[in-house]
Design a protein around this ligand. Structure first.
Ligand code: ZN
Ligand code: ZN
Length: 142
């Protein structure tokens, strides 16, 4: 039976010696079932329910604990919950409009990574595969 996401969050926090707080749960909810978001977008969504500094601090903690990760688009980045909550996938990110396209069905990317690791006798645990570029709309607006 799949345990629900909030229970998973609590377990990770507890196992790594961190307190389960209302603010941490609220920050987590801002990320849950959402597209990758910039910090600004997350703060807008929080709309004062959780204060800025607390959100920054919690997201920082989430990144350290592997609960969330960054997706870089050029020199900027967006935040998304990690594979454990979203399922493993990759991204195509548009440098102009900031759109992030999830790619979930391209299993040959993962097979390729497995093959490369195998060649080096390496046991892969985690990877991110990101492509920056221009989406269809942005190409045609050029
Ligand atoms: Zn675009
Ligand atoms: Zn992958």
């Amino acid at each position: 039976m799949p345990i629900d996401e909030l229970a998973k969050l609590r377990l990770i926090l507890k196992n790594q010696g961190h307190q389960i707080t209302k603010a941490r749960e609220a920050t987590f909810r801002l990320l849950l079932h959402s597209e990758p978001q910039s910090l600004n977008e997350i703060l807008m969504k929080a709309d004062g329910q959780v204060d800025r500094v607390t959100i920054y601090r919690n997201i920082d903690l989430f990144e350290k604990l592997g609960i969330a990760h960054r997706i870089y688009i050029g020199w900027k980045y967006k935040i998304e919950l990690s594979d454990e909550f979203t399922g493993h996938h990759h991204h195509l990110s548009c440098l102009r409009c900031g759109k992030v396209i999830d790619i979930e069905d391209e299993t040959h990317i993962d097979e390729f990574i497995q093959d490369v690791a195998k060649k080096f006798g390496f046991q892969p645990r985690r990877h991110q595969f990101e492509v920056d570029g221009y989406c269809q709309d942005c190409q045609s607006n050029e």
